[in-house]
Design a protein around this ligand. Structure first.
Ligand code: ATP
Length: 911
């Protein structure tokens, strides 16, 4: 590949070349970009623009790692010992138990990894590129050297680029240089030996644009980028753990150690005190350890979280950091943006106020069907000169594009606020393309939330310069001293009149935008903030409707019912925010606080008011950060949404940072814990719902697993200490462990969130997972298991049944009781005595059916009888086994009823 070699060789000195030379050397065109055919050919030649994934652990290594577990060590030691003693049957059973355990763990882990991979794939980077003279949005992976890309603040640089033009461009290169201050970028070449951090004309893959705009050419992709060179250093260890999982893991280890010690004590007591044969006691101690150690605990937790993440992803909430799943369940405040999240972001200009008139505009969405009316009569730019200038400004001070789809519907590319202005201009009879042609744009100041305005500089073909601005009325009014037309009908600005008009529009829930312009000399080629200080003529105020999302109204209600406060933090006008808030059910009857008012408060004062106010208007990203901090200081657990580059600090600070998937910048996504694929507030509500369900499932699993393990252990311990014939042989204990532990409990990972999960208060973040109530439940159920299995065994031996029969019944009782108790465990406090409760989870039913089949095979098939010393049972005996299971089921339900009755309204039951 000769071409690739050249590119590689030259890749070291792109920064010394002028932009035009770079474009020429890469055979590209700065305005038209590459042709799509050439891009395809180069993609073949250079490969995809991505770094190789960190090597995955091979399946074999993953399988081997399953053996790295305290229980397995115990069982392997035991297998070695029995083999030395020549007890091949026990060795076989032990080894089989070890292998079954490893296979189950391997499959479970594989499922969890698959779910995580699928979610990672949803966050692929997109970028804007110019090909065949058209702007396209493509996956960054498909970029090739020579592609012309455009970047704006908040974008992640998709490859190594040579800057062609930049405006106020600053880039954070911390990932490459460690320098946290953003670097200013300019297009001029630099010296050959300039270090990476001083190559001001280069943009490096993986860095973040913090402000400004740029057009640049791709010079290196994939592994040939600077990031690619050091990528081995950046390979992150993928973490699939959370504080809760770590807590459980630690708990599991301590428990395992305690159980091993208990088993050793049992061995010593059994041999020395009770005089049991050492070989039998040794196997018993091993079986005891195997039955009591909750080895599946961490694996099933991970699976529960991974499955939950997949469920969330299906509902458009993509989790970036696993711990967020847990935190979501304890969120007490959700702070949301307004536009697009609580509202539909489908904007339409409805009213237009000029110095003398108020026009109404008909039609909805971006279809240019509809018209402009003055006192009921239709008007156009042709017959109403004051409209003409406004429509022109609306088209020119605008980056959006409207185009017709194959199905004839109108589609918007760009900002919806601007789309609304464009559709309005078309309704006045203006042709946007013709306007742009007649007065081409020379320069622009793009819209940024902090400035709340956008400005563009144009020149017509008669050598006149013209600046148009549009933005928040109070910002634009500051710059104006006249009103009316740019060249005629001008009068002095009547600020009071415009403020009244703006307030009237806002009180109707309309978003208000002011449009102004001024004439400048022809020689002016750049527009800066200094040009925006004064001298403008206010042309009009546009009132734009952006209806609330129906689903957001419902979601706000659900959240409030779930004990979560919803706060709206918006850059919009106070009155608009309040009016929209009222329609959404946010901040009813409460005051609204503006950004300026937030600034006037110190941290203590803010902390006091922050709980009382639900609508914050004209707020900027810095205000968001202060609000999160104030809420956290007041003891709240905060989820905060954001989309802009400057929202990153607030998103990072929040307990759950939520970025917008559609309109969010890469910077916001990188700082967030969760990304909303559809930008919809209702999705946050859904994520909280699923998050609470996941936490519940983890609790349910613990409450299932610990007592079933404990039950088996108690049966053995009681027999040893009361010097009874052992009701379970060591091999039989291992059998129970093989067929039930993890496999039955796994079904609980698929449990859907309970219907009333959003009627409960948020979980206290510090609430321990294993409460006193849990300890009680574990003890009670373990004892029930012990009484059931041991009781039936003793009864049968007393009645004269053979030891094999009594033992087979004891084993079947434990297995059967676990099946029944699995159904109990579907709800922690609620009764399962309903159709939904008994049959609502197909996985539970399948697990029970599989387990029942195995248990019947255990009793009735020859090889099993030979291995485990089991024997066939009569229908009558099976009935007794089932009765004990049923008795435990009823007892467990009764306990729940008593708990509900004792603790009505108390936190323990509410959660
Ligand atoms: P959110 O509720 O998500 O914060 P918002 O749209 O209300 O969104 P910003 O996007 O920060 O808040 O906008 C703040 C103000 O800036 C708007 O009220 C409007 O007056 C003005 N504005 C919005 N979009 C543009 C634009 N494209 N050009 C000029 N001014 C704009």
């Amino acid at each position: 590949m000769p071409k690739q070699k050249t590119a590689n060789k030259r890749a070291t000195n792109w920064h010394t070349l002028a932009a035009a030379d770079t474009v020429a050397r890469l055979s590209s065109d700065r305005h038209h970009g590459l042709s799509s055919g050439e891009a395809r050919a180069r993609l073949k030649q250079y490969g995809r623009n991505r770094l190789p994934r960190p090597p995955k652990r091979s399946a074999f290594i993953r399988f081997l790692l399953q053996f790295h577990n305290i229980l397995i060590y115990v069982m392997l030691t035991a297998a070695g010992t029995t083999a030395m003693l020549g007890d091949w049957v026990d060795t076989g059973v032990l080894l089989a138990a070890v292998i079954v355990n490893a296979i189950i763990g391997f499959i479970q882990e594989g499922k969890a990894e698959q779910a995580m991979d699928a979610i990672r794939g949803m966050l692929s980077l997109h970028t804007t590129v110019i090909r065949d003279g058209k702007r396209l949005e493509i996956e960054a992976e498909k970029l090739v050297p020579g592609d012309i890309v455009t970047l704006a603040s908040g974008d992640k640089v998709p490859a190594d680029l040579r800057l062609i033009t930049g405006k106020s461009l600053r880039v954070n290169e911390a990932i490459l240089t460690g320098e946290s201050e953003a670097v200013e970028k300019t297009a001029g070449p630099v010296l050959n030996d300039a270090p990476l951090g001083e190559r001001f004309c280069m943009l490096f893959s993986g860095t973040l644009v913090t402000s400004g705009q740029a057009s640049a050419i791709v010079v290196a992709t994939g592994l040939r980028t600077e990031l690619g060179r050091i990528s081995s250093l950046l390979r992150q260890v993928r973490s699939t753990t959370t504080p809760l999982l770590r807590q459980i893991d630690r708990f599991g280890r301590w428990l395992a150690l305690a159980i091993v010690l208990l088993s050793i004590a049992t061995f010593i007591v059994g041999v020395l005190w009770h005089g049991h044969p050492p070989k039998e006691m040794f196997m018993m101690a091993v079986a005891l350890a195997a039955s009591a150690i909750p080895e599946g605990l961490p694996a099933i937790m991970t699976i529960t979280l991974a499955l939950g993440m997949r469920r969330m992803a299906k509902r458009h909430a993509i989790i970036r950091h696993l711990p967020a799943v847990e935190t979501l369940g304890s969120v007490t405040v959700i702070c949301s943006d307004k536009t697009g999240t609580l509202t539909r972001n489908e904007m339409t200009v409805q009213k237009l106020a000029t110095a003398d008139h108020v026009f109404t505009v008909s039609g909805v969405g971006y279809e240019p069907d509809g018209g402009v009316y003055l006192n009921g009569a239709a008007v156009t730019a042709d017959n109403c000169p004051e409209l003409e200038e406004i429509a022109r400004a609306a088209v020119l001070c605008n980056d959006a594009q409207l185009h017709r789809d194959a199905d004839e519907s109108w589609q918007l590319a760009g900002d919806p606020t601007e789309g609304a202005l464009l559709a309005f201009a078309v309704k006045t009879g203006k042709d946007p393309a013709w306007e742009r042609e007649k007065r081409p744009r020379t320069d622009a100041i793009p819209f940024e939330s902090e400035h709340r305005l956008m400005a563009t500089l144009h020149h017509d073909h008669k050598d006149n310069g013209l600046i148009f601005v549009k933005g928040a009325p109070e910002r634009i009014l500051e710059m104006c001293d006249r009103q009316g037309g740019l060249q005629q009908n001008q009068t002095t600005l009547d600020t009071g009149y415009w403020l009244r008009r703006a307030q009237a529009f806002a009180a109707d829930g309309l978003r208000v935008l002011a449009i102004a312009g001024k004439l400048v000399e022809d020689s002016k080629r750049e527009v800066s903030f200094a040009d925006l200080e004064n001298g403008f003529t206010l042309l009009a105020l546009a009132g734009i409707i952006d209806p609330p999302r129906e689903e957001a109204i419902a979601a706000v209600k659900t959240c409030v019912g779930a004990g979560i406060r919803v706060k709206m933090i918006t850059g919009d006008h106070v009155d608009t925010a309040q009016a929209i808030g009222e329609r959404l059910g946010i901040g009813l009857g409460k005051p609204t606080l503006s950004g300026a008012q937030i600034e006037a408060l110190n941290d203590e004062q803010l902390q006091e008011v922050v709980l009382e106010v639900d609508v914050f208007a004209r707020a900027s990203p810095e205000h968001k950060l202060r609000l999160v901090e104030a809420l956290q200081a007041a003891g709240q657990v905060v989820a905060m949404t954001g989309d802009g580059v400057n929202d990153a600090p607030a998103l990072k600070r929040a307990d759950v940072g939520v970025a917008m998937g559609l309109k969010g910048t890469e910077a916001a996504k990188e700082a967030s814990d969760m990304v909303l694929a559809d930008d919809n507030f209702a999705t946050i509500g859904n994520a909280v719902y699923v998050g609470r369900g996941i936490y519940d499932n983890i609790q349910k699993f613990i409450l299932f697993m610990l007592p079933t393990n404990g039950g088996e252990a108690l049966v053995v311990l009681a027999a040893i200490f009361f010097e009874l014939t052992l009701p379970l042989t060591p091999a039989q204990v291992l059998w129970i462990n093989m067929v039930t532990s993890s496999t039955l409990g796994l079904a609980l990972a698929f449990e859907r969130p309970e219907r009333d999960v959003m009627l409960k208060k948020p979980r206290a973040p510090k609430e321990p997972l294993l409460s006193w109530f849990f300890a009680w439940r574990v003890l009670m159920v373990s004892t029930l298991f012990m009484i059931g299995a041991l009781g039936l065994f003793l009864w049968e031996t007393q009645r004269g049944s053979s030891l094999e029969t009594a033992r087979t019944m004891a084993v079947s009782t434990v297995v059967g009781a676990e099946m029944f108790y699995l159904i109990n465990s579907r709800y922690i406090y609620k009764s399962v005595l309903s159709l939904e409760g008994l049959f609502g989870n197909a996985y539970v039913l399948i697990a029970i059916a599989a387990c029942a089949a195995l248990q019947i095979a255990y009793a009735h098939t020859g090889p099993m009888q030979a291995l485990f010393g089991s024997t066939g049972l009569s229908p009558n005996e099976w009935l007794k086994v089932a009765c004990v299971g049923f008795f435990i089921f009823v007892a467990a339900e009764l306990e729940k009823a008593v708990i509900r009755w004792l603790f009505v309204g108390v936190a323990v039951v509410r959660r």
